[in-house]
Design a binder for this molecule. Structure first.
Ligand SMILES: [Ca+2]
Length: 253
């Protein structure tokens, strides 16, 4: 496919599908618009994969178009990752979805990236095992959750989310020897750390699995990550973390 033609096609499709966005007020309409946009972008890229960079460049060169796309995506946040995946051809690992609580556009996101003070293995028990939706069906020493190199130590894991938000709630899914989480800090977009939770380690292994630690948050900070500290020195065994969720209002767009 001719590059110029493809770009023209893409820009036309974007203009048609985004159109006078101000006139579209119903979320359902925006959802349809964004879905049409995604379909168009995917079709263009599928037909001419070498155009991926051209597409990205076209959007960069037409900033007002980017804003329109971002506005559509903000109104239909679950489509963000689909659009990004279409542009980058990377697997969708994280799909922010609209909150079911009707809290006016709040996002629920699973962690996308993670690093830790130590890992028992890699990929088994690595920090990355704490990203994505929960995938540890039974509690125990399972490879699908993060475990530190040693038991009995104080360790930390930092997780990053696809979109920064003003958080309202954090949720930590623990699948082995909960709950040894002793501190949770928000990481704001300037890399500042802000403690929002502290506790003493307690062995809650006899409680229903997974053990879900839910922490309500009240802040004006724009947050893109969390640092979770566990103290395994009291219980003396691994506190494994399967997944981490961040709920909050998206910023900007
Ligand atoms: Ca996991």
């Amino acid at each position: 496919m001719n590059r110029k033609f493809a770009v023209l096609l893409l820009l036309s499709a974007l203009a048609l599908s985004c159109g006078p966005l101000g006139a579209l007020r119903k979320p359902a309409e925006l959802q349809q618009t964004a879905e049409a946009l995604v379909g168009t972008v995917e079709a263009v890229i599928t037909e001419a994969p070498e155009l991926k960079e051209t597409v990205a460049a076209a959007i960069t060169e037409a900033p007002e178009l980017k804003k329109t796309v971002e506005a559509a995506v903000t109104e239909a946040p679950d489509l963000l990752k689909t659009v990004e995946a279409a542009l980058t051809e990377t697997p969708v690992e994280l799909e922010p979805t609209a909150a079911s609580s009707g809290s006016g556009g709040a996002l629920r996101q699973w962690a996308a990236i993670a690093s830790a003070s130590s890992e028992y293995g890699n990929p088994s028990w690595s920090a990355q095992q704490a990203t994505g939706a929960p995938d540890t069906p039974t509690c125990g020493d399972e490879v699908t959750a993060w475990a530190s190199a040693s038991s009995g130590t104080v360790e930390w894991i930092e997780v990053t989310f696809a979109r920064s938000v003003i958080p309202t709630q954090l949720t930590i899914y623990q699948t082995y020897h909960p709950d040894q989480v002793v501190k949770v800090e928000l990481i704001d977009i300037t890399a500042g750390y802000h403690e929002v939770y502290s506790a003493q380690p307690v062995d809650r292994s006899s409680e229903p699995c997974p053990y879900i630690l839910t922490i309500p948050v009240e802040t004006d900070l724009e947050v893109g990550g969390l640092r979770i500290t566990i103290d395994q020195s009291v219980v003396g065994s691994w506190n494994e973390i399967d997944a981490v969720e961040l709920v909050g209002q998206p910023v900007g767009g």
